[in-house]
Write a protein that binds this ligand. Structure first.
Ligand code: FAD
Ligand code: NDP
Length: 525
C-alpha cells in the first residue's frame, strides 16, 4: 500500500528515494574480492553485474541441489529455470488452446479435439531455458564477474567455503557479501510426499504428460499451475485448506477461483492431504475433507504448491553474525525502515530477493534491490529500494493484477470509513463472438471480468489501489502502476481518454462506488 504521507500529485514519494549510505571502505582492505554474491538468481546476477560495472572485483557463486526427483538446472535461479519463465510459457500454451477453442466463432475450422504434445512443449521450454543459462554465463564473463558453480557457507564474517559438485573445497574472502540464495518449495512432511509428489521445481521439465493432476495449495504457484494445466487440457484439482491467494484482494481472488471452477477445475475446499502412496504409476491420496472425514482418490500427478522455505540453514549464518527471523528463517534486515538498506545484522553482509524477510517474493524486486544496493556500495548512490506498492500479477486463466495491496489491506491501513472503492464488471470484446455460440463457456457466461480502484477521499481521491481481473491484466496494470506511484487521483483517471475498444479503458469510466450501495452493471467495452 502506498504511504499516506502527503506529497504532490505527479511526483514520486520522495521519502522513499534517499537513504543513509552503506559505509564500507573499499579503497583498502585485505580481502581477495570487494564483493562475493552468494546465489546467481534474479537478484544475485543483477547485483554482481552492477557492482562490477562500478569497477569492483566481484564473484558470484550459484549451486542447485537436485530435487528428490533428481531435477536440477543451470545458472539463473528460480525465475528462469523453475519459475516465472517456464510458468509464463505454459500459461501461454493454455491461452493458445483457449484461443483455438474460440477460433470457430471467428471463422476458423479448428477441430474440437485439437491434439497437444506435452513433450514438445517441455522440450521447447527447456531448450529456451538452456539458451538463457548459456547467455547468463556469457554476460557474467563480459561483465568481469567471476562465476563459481559451487555451494557457499560462511566460515567467518569475511570468509566463505565453496564446495563444487565433485566435492572440491576452497575458501574465498571478501570485504562485503550479498546473500541472494532465494528459496525452494516446501514439502508437507506427511508419509509418502517426497516419493510420490512433485513441486514446481519438477513440473516444467516432467518427461511425461502430467495427466489427472492434484495441486495442493491455493496461492500463486498452485492456482497458476492448476490454471495452465487445465487450460492446456489436463484434468486439474485444487486442494485448498483455507482461502485462495492469502494477502491478495479477496474479492479478486474469489473471482479468479470462481472462473477456474466454472471452467472445469475441481476446487476442493477445506481439505488436507494426510498420506500419499504409489499405485502403479499413479498416486493414491489420503485426505480429510471439509467435514474432517478421511477420503481417498487417485491421481496421475500430485503437485505440492504449499509455499517455499528460505535457503538459509545451509549458510552457517551464525558464523557471520547474520540473524534470521525465527519463523520464516529469512534474513532480518536492519536500518531505518526494516530492511530498507538490505543490510543484515552483520554490517558488511547484505541480503536481497526472496531471502530477505518481509519483502515481496518477485523477480523485479530482487533485481532492482540488487542493482540499487550495488550502486550504493560502489557507485556513491543514495537511492534505496521502494518496497511499497510493488505491482504483481497472478497468471491464472483469468489474470489478476494490481499495484499495491487489496481492499482488506487498505481498510487495515486507513480504516473502512477512510477509503472509497470504485468498481465495475465487464466482458471484453474478445469474448463477444464466442459468447454468441449456442453453448458458450460456462465460466464466461456465469462470471465476468472485474476492476476496482481504491481511493482516499481525504486526499482528493488519491488512488491507493487498482485491481483488474481479466485477460492480459498484467500488461494493463504495468502502466497504471506508474500512475499510482506518481500519486494520481481518481480525477486523473476520469480525465484520461480511453483507448477504444480495450478492456483497460474501463478504468477511465468508473462511476459506481461501493459506499453508494448501487449494483454494478455488467458492461462491454
Ligand atoms: P533465486 O532466483 O531463487 O536464486 C537463488 C539462487 O541461489 C538459486 O540458483 C539457488 O540454487 C542458489 N543458492 C542457494 N543457496 C546457495 C548456496 N549456499 N550457495 C550457492 N548458491 C546457492 N516472480 C515474478 O516476479 N513473476 C512471476 O511470474 C513469478 N512466477 C513464479 C513462478 C514460480 C513457479 C515460482 C516458484 C516463483 C515465481 N516468481 C515470480 C518468484 C521469482 O521466481 C522469485 O521471486 C525470484 O526468482 C527470486 O530471486 P532471488 O534472486 O531472490 O532468488
Ligand atoms: P505461498 O506461501 O504464497 O502460499 C502457500 C499456499 O499453500 C497457501 O495457499 C497456503 O494456505 C497453502 N499451504 C501452506 N501449507 C499448507 C499445508 N500444510 N497444507 C495445505 N496447504 C498449505 O506460496 P507460493 O509458493 O504459491 O508463492 C510463493 C511466492 O512466490 C508468492 O508469494 C509470490 O510472491 C511468488 N510467486 C509469484 C508469482 C507471480 O508473480 N505471478 C507466481 C508464483 C510465485 P494458507 O493460505 O491456508 O496458509
Amino acid at each position: 500500500m502506498q504511504s499516506s504521507s502527503p506529497a504532490p500529485r505527479g511526483s514520486p514519494n520522495t521519502e522513499t528515494v534517499v537513504v543513509a549510505e552503506n559505509h564500507i571502505n573499499f579503497a583498502s582492505h585485505p580481502y581477495e574480492y570487494d564483493l562475493i554474491v552468494i546465489g546467481g538468481g534474479s537478484g544475485g546476477l543483477a547485483c554482481s553485474k552492477q557492482a562490477a560495472s562500478h569497477g569492483a572485483k566481484v564473484a558470484v557463486c550459484d549451486y542447485v541441489d537436485p530435487t528428490p526427483k533428481g531435477t536440477s538446472w543451470g545458472l539463473g535461479g528460480t525465475c528462469v529455470n523453475v519459475g516465472c519463465i517456464p510458468k509464463k510459457l505454459m500459461h501461454r500454451a493454455g491461452l493458445i488452446h483457449e484461443a483455438i477453442l474460440d477460433a470457430k466463432s471467428f471463422g476458423f475450422a479448428c477441430p474440437d479435439d485439437v491434439q497437444h504434445s506435452w513433450e514438445t512443449l517441455v522440450d521447447n521450454v527447456q531448450n529456451y531455458i538452456g539458451s538463457l543459462n548459456f547467455g547468463y554465463r556469457n554476460e557474467l564473463r563480459s561483465a568481469n564477474v567471476e562465476y563459481w558453480n559451487s555451494k557457499a557457507r560462511f566460515i567467518d564474517a569475511h570468509t566463505v567455503e565453496l564446495r563444487d559438485a565433485q566435492g572440491r573445497i576452497e575458501k574465498k574472502t571478501a570485504a562485503a557479501f550479498v546473500i541472494s540464495v532465494g528459496g525452494r518449495p516446501k514439502y508437507l512432511d506427511v508419509e509418502g510426499d517426497r516419493e510420490c509428489c512433485v513441486t514446481s521445481d519438477d513440473l516444467f521439465s516432467l518427461k511425461e504428460p502430467p495427466g489427472r493432476t492434484l495441486v495442493v495449495g491455493a496461492s500463486y504457484v498452485a492456482l497458476e499451475c492448476a490454471g495452465f494445466l487445465h487450460a492446456i487440457g489436463f484434468s486439474s484439482t485444487v486442494m485448498m485448506r483455507s482461502i485462495p491467494l492469502r494477502g491478495f484482494d479477496q474479492q479478486c481472488a474469489q473471482l479468479v477461483v470462481d472462473y477456474m471452477q466454472k471452467d472445469g477445475v475441481d476446487i476442493w475446499r477445506g481439505c488436507l492431504p494426510k498420506k500419499f502412496e504409489r499405485v502403479g504409476k499413479q498416486v493414491k491420496v489420503h485426505y480429510t475433507d471439509d467435514k474432517g472425514e478421511m477420503k481417498q482418490d487417485v491421481f496421475d500427478t500430485v503437485l505440492l504448491a504449499i509455499g517455499r522455505y528460505a535457503l538459509t540453514k545451509q549458510l552457517d549464518l551464525d558464523k557471520a553474525g547474520v540473524k534470521v527471523e525465527s519463523k520464516s528463517e529469512k534474513i532480518v534486515g536492519v536500518g531505518e525502515g526494516i530492511g530498507d538498506t538490505e543490510q543484515t545484522t552483520c554490517e558488511h553482509i547484505f541480503a536481497i530477493g526472496d531471502v530477505l524477510d518481509g519483502r515481496p517474493e518477485l523477480t523485479p524486486v530482487a533485481i532492482q534491490a540488487g542493482q540499487l544496493l550495488a550502486d550504493r556500495l560502489f557507485g556513491n548512490s543514495r537511492r534505496k529500494m521502494d518496497y511499497l506498492g510493488v505491482p504483481t500479477t497472478v497468471f491464472t486463466p483469468l489474470e489478476a493484477s494490481c499495484p499495491a495491496g487489496g481492499e482488506e489491506e487498505a481498510i487495515k491501513t486507513y480504516g473502512k470509513d477512510k477509503i472509497e472503492v470504485y468498481h465495475n464488471l465487464y466482458r471484453p470484446l474478445e469474448w463477444a463472438l464466442p459468447m454468441m455460440e449456442l453453448q458458450p463457456r460456462a465460466a464466461r457466461k456465469e462470471t465476468a471480468c472485474f476492476l476496482k480502484v481504491i481511493v482516499l477521499p481525504s486526499e482528493q481521491e488519491r488512488i491507493i489501489g487498482m485491481h483488474i481481473v481479466g485477460d492480459n491484466a498484467g500488461e494493463i496494470i504495468q502502466g497504471f502502476a506508474l500512475a499510482v506511484k506518481l500519486r494520481a487521483c481518481k480525477r486523473d483517471l476520469d480525465e484520461l481518454v480511453g483507448i477504444h475498444p480495450t478492456s483497460a479503458e474501463s478504468f477511465t469510466t468508473l462511476s459506481v462506488t461501493k459506499s453508494s450501495g448501487k449494483k454494478v452493471k455488467l458492461s462491454g467495452c
